[in-house]
Design a protein around this ligand. Structure first.
Ligand SMILES: C[S@@+](CC[C@H](N)C(=O)[O-])C[C@H]1O[C@@H](n2cnc3c(N)ncnc32)[C@H](O)[C@@H]1O
Length: 269
């Protein structure tokens, strides 16, 4: 055997140590992994449980903060894409579902640059229309674009959904959100909904992912469905607003062409 081959053999031997021979040099994590690897079924089971638990934990504990960070950082090109949607027929769904006659003022929470407010401002030129969003760039661009269109009854503000202290109770005849609460996890949804309820005088409209399923969602706090929060909003309102008096609640199925106006889902239902 040549000296080179012999040396290679020595090196290999020093790497291929059995767990028994050297287990005292391993950390407890490495030891656990080595033991588990000798029992593949147990290892797979533990790996599955770990993955499920950590996904669940991060879903509940961090999801809202992670999504807020992501949405706050979106740039002007994202706002441009939203603005391009302002004239879509799907935007009429909101107009058709406002039941308050001649609302004097309206608020959209999570409006981005205001594509949902465009047709609204044309239909109600005398109303004061306010939009708020966590993304400062979208708000700045939206205010510019409304000005350029000669629309003066829409004002946008950079605010988090749960922080509208500058507006007194019942400031708006109509308060609504469209595809925003599906980004808010159980850690914050109560606060956000209470805030929307506090601000609304006559009507609260939630165009969101709703499902009444007591088994999946007993308190209405929601569960993650296709990456977004789906929940029973009627049940949630009952839980978080003790003096909630049912004037009238309508639950309306959102037509496919409204939720996926381009025929493919940005946010699947
Ligand atoms: C899917 S987009 C919907 C935008 C608009 N409502 C529409 O239908 O075109 C979600 C919006 O919610 C905003 N958003 C996300 N988390 C928010 C939070 N915690 N507070 C306020 N806005 C938030 C995002 O910046 C984004 O503009």
């Amino acid at each position: 055997m040549s000296p080179n081959v012999k040396r290679l053999g020595e090196v290999q031997n020093s790497i291929l140590r059995s767990p028994k021979q050297c287990s005292e040099n391993y950390t407890w994590r490495q030891k656990a992994r080595l033991i588990l690897r000798t029992y593949p079924t147990l290892y797979n089971l533990m790996a599955n449980v770990y993955t499920k638990c950590s996904a669940c934990y991060s879903g509940f504990a961090y999801r809202t903060a992670v999504l807020e960070k992501e949405w706050s950082a979106r740039d002007a090109s994202s706002a441009e894409a939203y603005w391009a949607n302002r004239n879509l027929p799907s935007k009429d769904f909101l107009l058709q579902n406002i039941t308050t006659p001649s609302p004097a003022n309206m608020l959209e929470i999570g409006c981005n640059c205001g594509p949902n407010l465009y047709k609204l401002s044309l239909k109600y030129p005398d109303a004061t229309i306010v939009g708020t969003d966590i993304n400062k760039m979208a708000i700045q661009k939206g205010n510019e674009w409304f000005r350029e269109e000669g629309i003066s009854n829409v004002k946008l503000f950079a605010l988090r959904a749960e922080e509208h202290n500058q507006f007194p109770d019942k400031s708006f005849d109509v308060v609504f959100s469209w595809a925003v609460l599906l980004l808010i996890g159980p850690d914050k949804i109560g606060k956000v909904l209470k805030e929307m309820f506090r601000l609304a005088k006559k009507e609260l409209i939630l165009i969101e992912k709703h499902e009444e399923d007591e088994k999946k969602d007993p308190r209405g706090l929601g569960y993650v469905d296709h990456g977004y929060w789906k929940r029973d909003y009627v049940c949630l309102l009952k839980h978080i607003i003790p003096d909630f008096v049912y004037g009238r609640i309508d639950v309306i199925k959102i037509p496919e062409e409204v939720w996926h106006p381009a025929g493919r889902g940005r946010i699947s239902d």
